[in-house]
Design a protein around this ligand. Sequence first.
Ligand code: TXA
Ligand code: MG
Length: 320
Amino acid sequence: MSGPEDIATALSRLRSGGLVAFPTETVYGLGADAFDATAVARVFALKGRPATNPLIVHVSGEAMARTVVSEWTADASTLAQTFWPGPLTIVLPKSDRIPAIVTAGGGSVGVRCPDHPVTLSLLEAFGPLVGPSANPSGRVSPTTAAHVRASFTPEQVLVLDGGPCRAGIESTVVSLVEPMPRVLRPGIISADQLSAALKKPVRPHTPGEVAIGAAASPGLLESHYAPATPAKLVDRGQIEAALKRGTPIIAVLALGPRGAPALHTVILMPDTPELYAARLYAALREADEVSAGQILIERPPESGPLWQAIADRLRRAASA
Ligand code: TXA
Ligand code: MG
């Protein structure tokens, strides 16, 4: 676990325009000074991220959030007071201080206060940091410091280690720049929870909404969170049939015990959505590493908002 000395090293790296990966409760972020267009350009270049996909800005709380937006609304206050620090990104009109590269030229910015003591100290000391997930664009998000180190060298990125991420899937993104608040990316916090806090309707994210979502939030493009090995979402029966065959070698993310010939790899997934989400990205990486020809993912239930957020990630992992 990183301590005060590591945070001091990270601060000097950030002050010279460098990149620092930081832990959050969702996934690790790839941090750079949100007010420094050159530093932010390094994030896009290193991730291979399309310039059309905006970055979210991390802040230590409501006071710092006000410095990156041009309009901090009553709804924003309510959401921040209810859910921050926590897995919620709020999209608001951007401040002129935020360079255009951060928001991909758009007029709005996503802001989030993450719930992790190491990163809250870093943000307090430094100020706002951009923070996309710390993975090459389109690949599986990192949930441990080791995952980040597997993608980037120490010269490219200094990694702060905050242990494994508790929640395991990315924050809920909610837009407050439309007539009705709208979930652009489903996550741990559901549209119903947002609606209860705001005391008004919130449009949930619907899987069929991809084309609209892609325009509003390019990160919602279909192929995303994908392992290098082709992955397929299947039902239990299809897994059992596939495992009886010898080729290709298969890695399975299964929801219940499966007997399998030794050449295949079965990764047993937890059966509660909280634990499944926390385990998912590490499991996809493990499946990727056993040099299987194919990854089969047993389709989990879609009952309840957290399973639905997981289903969203699985659809993207499987649509490469
Ligand atoms: O949990 C998280 O949100 C993690 C951790 C590190 O905080 N970060 C993360 O960042 O997932 P990233 O860049 O991988 O995903 C941010 C998502 C993308 O889908 C992006 O398109 C969307 O938020 N987004 C960012 N700014 C936006 C904006 N101004 N309007 C609409 N969507 C935006
Ligand atoms: Mg990402």
